[in-house]
Design a protein around this ligand. Structure first.
Ligand code: R5P
Length: 301
């Protein structure tokens, strides 16, 4: 893939995302421009941007989203006022995607609200592994605007291949929703996979059963999931695998949107956690920038 011409766009990013924003800028061969955010004592934010070119990319991952969303809208407005004609949002972690309907009377449909908010400010959206259930076309979330979801499977498969060949390794998806992603990954990595059954008991607890038709004894289990939030799913999957005789357990996830107690996961038998860099975290081992850059090129005129 050819690099986007430096004369065509800048990548603008906030301090918290600077390392990953610069990785994207490098991939695009584009200059990186910091977005300045000053937080006032009363909780308001003053956002300032450098002069923009016609096409601007804003890198802002949206874990802990409530405050970040406001600053993002302010940044988009400032970029338009300072020369941007086309704005692509790169938000590797896209929040509020699960609430795609009112699950109980009176609930807000968060996906619709947040999608419309971002669509009003941006011309195109790039994210990674969004947590979508009933929405099949990401563009529908953003009012029909061009949108792409990067699938980290090729990068995870490369990481697995880099671990070396081991016929006794097996991928474990913690719930039925993970089956399609696991199937893709199993093909790309040449490993077998199995999928557990999970029931959520509360925000912070799950119950999980491994499939009985798999010989777990002595296997090296790699749990693969899109998100580790409280870590309950990883913990229960690891405990089940160890109880079934697994020789070792590790985990690979895309997003880590909340503090993850790595000591607790280690006590549950997880010897290593690797994550993609959609959100800066101690477990980051997989850089999404090459895939994000391809998606930006595809969506930026
Ligand atoms: C669930 O559908 C997701 O794929 C993850 O398994 C879940 O969000 C993980 O959350 P937690 O770490 O809190 O169990």
């Amino acid at each position: 893939m050819t690099k986007m011409s430096a004369s065509r766009c800048n990548v603008h990013g906030c301090a918290e995302d600077e390392a990953a924003g610069r990785r994207l800028a490098d991939q695009l061969g584009a200059p990186y421009q910091p977005i300045q955010v000053r937080r006032f004592p009363d909780g308001e934010s003053l956002v300032s941007v450098a002069a923009a070119r016609g096409r601007a990319v804003v890198y802002r991952t949206l874990n802990e989203p409530n405050g970040k969303l406001i600053e993002l809208l302010l940044a988009a407005s400032a970029l338009r006022d300072n020369g941007a004609e086309h704005l692509t949002l790169v938000a590797p972690y896209m929040p509020y995607m699960r609430q795609d309907k009112a699950f109980a009377p009176g609930q807000a449909v968060s996906q619709k609200v947040i999608g419309a908010l971002l669509a009003a400010s941006f011309d195109a959206v790039v994210t990674a592994a969004p947590h979508l259930h009933r929405t099949h076309d990401l563009s529908d979330v953003f009012g029909g605007k061009p949108a792409r979801a990067v699938d980290p499977a090729p990068l995870i498969a490369a990481a697995l291949r880099g671990d070396g060949a081991a016929s006794d390794r097996i991928l474990l998806g913690p719930d039925e929703e993970s089956a399609p992603a696991l199937r893709t990954l199993a093909t790309a990595s040449g490993l077998n996979f199995a999928v557990a059954r999970k029931r959520r008991l509360s925000d912070r607890d799950v119950a999980l059963d491994l499939p009985l038709n798999v010989a777990w004894h002595g296997r090296h289990v790699v749990i693969v999931d899109d998100i580790a939030s409280t870590g309950a799913t990883l913990m229960k999957a690891a405990q089940a695998a160890r109880a079934a005789g697994a020789a070792s357990v590790e985990a690979i996830v895309c997003h880590v949107p909340a503090p993850l107690d790595l000591d607790k996961l280690a006590r549950a038998g997880i010897r290593r956690v690797r994550s993609a860099d959609s959100i800066a975290h101690a477990t980051n081992a997989i850089a999404l920038a090459p895939l994000l850059a391809d998606a930006v090129r595809a969506l930026t005129p």
